[in-house]
Design a protein around this ligand. Structure first.
Ligand code: SF4
Length: 528
């Protein structure tokens, strides 16, 4: 989710995922508690707020608040939310869309039906739709794109009398990145944007009593569910007493999953594209050692995401791998510190150098990315203060030169150090003896093969059109993004125009959608 029309600030040298979603359909089991555990596994994707919505057969109950999952839910809260279906959400804080109102799932009422929606990603064309819906008398509580999606689904469901058609019509209008889970009183729906930018996987409980959807497979593992498959780009999955039904909607010619999931966002134990993220990160380090070797004594990584590529770099270069930086996991994020001095202290509170490991050594220091360069400059200084003889920085991703509009909090381009300085100028800024980044080709060769990836923050090749009004002020002079796909025709129509088209289509072809039905006790059964 994303506040409409803002591009929030990045936290130091790191890009941040904005959300994680989880959903479960399991009648007879404690679905609220399972969602709680799923959200705990996805906590790395968002720490500002957490929420759970439960469908109990007759209505939907939501509890959400600011804070970590542990802080929002007590045992008593979970006990008070019995049901057969649930979805949950963890949210990363942004500069413009915080607070309780921004927490998800979003509740929306359609006549006497209540739905709750959890969204990961950013929608780039909801501004005009929001205005139109308000003009139609539909009230809004937040300024987020996620609420526009929830209200659109409600509106089109009212028009078509079927939630699946409400979702499909909404998908026809939305542009951007989204992976969503929606619950009503007795069913869950999971759906993903036509380019598959944000991840969403389907799992089956080992006990055979239900299904799970989640942003990452690590959230399946924690509730003892096995990975079945990814929710396909443009697919809508419904899980209810009728089993699992799937319907393919608007799929792009090539899918474009976010490659930064493999670099940094996802947990290393999650499986993406057929392999663990940990293995992909190790291969990135191996490739980096081939592309940019260093004459050094020891390879260390910046915890946590720099450790697997550091291991790979060490293995490929024949150098020893060591632990040179220790992370304190219980310190608040640096971005809440208002001044540079306090931010600097924040880095020291989060990381400390192991003096007897690094003193006198020529180090290779591996990290996942450099955004502004300020944090890396402090880490290099910390290592030198601890006695390091040389610090050779190696980054297991290409230079981040372009802002992201698909669910990641990136600064505008003028804040990205690689958009403003040469590699040697960055080396000087961070105080390293040498600096090198992995190539785009090297990164793509390190992850499991796929028909396509979004690499836009490295290349400026954006897979989905970004309206000028949304990206205004984000690009520096001389930077022209490329490869923007054309918006879908319905994305250019008004809500009312789409509703009129729907009316004509419905009269011409009532219930024309084919769909696969899979019983909870086994997949493959077909509905006639
Ligand atoms: Fe991921 Fe970068 Fe694409 Fe954003 S621009 S979706 S961070 S690869």
């Amino acid at each position: 989710m994303h506040p409409v029309n803002t591009v929030p600030a990045a936290d130091g040298d790191t890009l941040h995922e904005e959300c994680g979603v989880f959903g479960v359909w399991a009648p007879g089991l404690d679905v609220a508690r399972m969602t709680y555990f799923g959200l705990k596994a996805l906590q790395h994707r968002g720490q500002e707020s957490a929420g759970i919505a439960v469908g109990n057969g007759s209505t939907v109950l939501v509890r959400k608040d600011e804070g970590l999952v542990d802080q929002v839910f007590t045992d008593a809260d979970l006990k008070a939310m019995p049901g057969k279906v649930a979805c949950g959400h963890v949210r990363y804080g942004t500069s413009g869309g915080g607070g309780w109102e921004g927490a998800q799932p979003h509740l929306s009422t359609i006549n006497d039906t209540i739905i709750a929606l959890a969204h990961n990603g950013t929608l780039v064309n909801t501004d005009a739709m929001r205005r139109e819906l308000i003009n139609m008398g539909i009230p809004f509580r937040t300024h987020t794109d996620s609420e526009v999606a929830a209200k659109l689904i409600g509106y089109f469901t009212q028009e078509t009398h079927r939630i699946r058609e409400g979702i499909a019509s909404t998908m026809a209008m939305l542009e951007g990145a989204y992976a969503m889970a929606l619950v009503r009183e007795d069913a869950i729906y999971a759906f993903r944007d036509p380019d598959g930018i944000r991840p969403l996987v389907l799992g089956e409980l080992a006990c055979g009593k239900g299904w799970v959807v989640a942003s990452e497979t690590c959230a399946l593992d924690i509730v003892d569910a096995s990975y079945v498959r990814d929710i396909e780009p443009g697919e809508i999955v419904k899980i209810s007493d009728d089993g699992l039904e799937s319907q393919q909607e608007y799929r792009s010619a090539t899918s474009s999953p976010c490659i930064f999931e493999q670099v940094y966002f996802a947990r290393p134990d999650s499986v993406m594209g057929g392999g663990t993220v940990y293995s992909a990160r190790r291969r990135m380090g191996e490739r980096l050692a081939q592309e940019a070797p260093a004459d050094a004594d020891l390879v260390i990584g910046v915890p946590d995401s720099g450790l697997p590529p550091a291991e790979g770099f060490a293995r490929a270069s024949g150098l020893p791998f060591g632990e040179g930086l220790i992370k304190n996991r219980y310190v608040a994020r640096t971005f809440i510190q208002p001044t540079q001095e306090l931010r600097e202290m924040g880095v020291r509170l989060k990381l400390n150098a192991l003096k007897d490991v690094v003193a006198g050594k020529r180090l290779v220091l591996v990290d996942d990315s450099i955004v502004r360069g300020t944090t890396m400059a402090q880490i290099v200084r910390m290592l030198r203060d601890a006695g390091a003889a040389e610090v050779h920085v190696r980054i297991n991703s290409p230079e981040v030169r372009w802002p992201c509009f698909y669910g990641i909090d990136t600064d505008t381009q003028d804040q990205l150090i690689s958009a403003n300085k040469s590699v040697d100028e960055i080396r000087g800024f961070i105080g390293a003896d040498s600096l090198a980044f992995l190539s785009v080709e090297g990164l793509l060769a390190s992850v499991p093969p796929a028909p396509g990836h979004c690499c836009a923050c490295f290349t400026g090749d954006y897979p989905v059109a970004i309206p000028e009004v949304f990206s205004r002020g984000s690009f520096l002079e001389g930077y022209e993004p490329t490869n923007l796909t054309d918006p879908s025709p319905t994305a250019l129509m008004s809500v009312q125009e789409v509703a009129d088209v729907l009316e004509v289509c419905r009269e011409e072809s009532e219930n024309a959608w084919g769909h696969e039905v899979v019983g909870a006790s086994g997949r493959g059964e077909q509905e006639g």
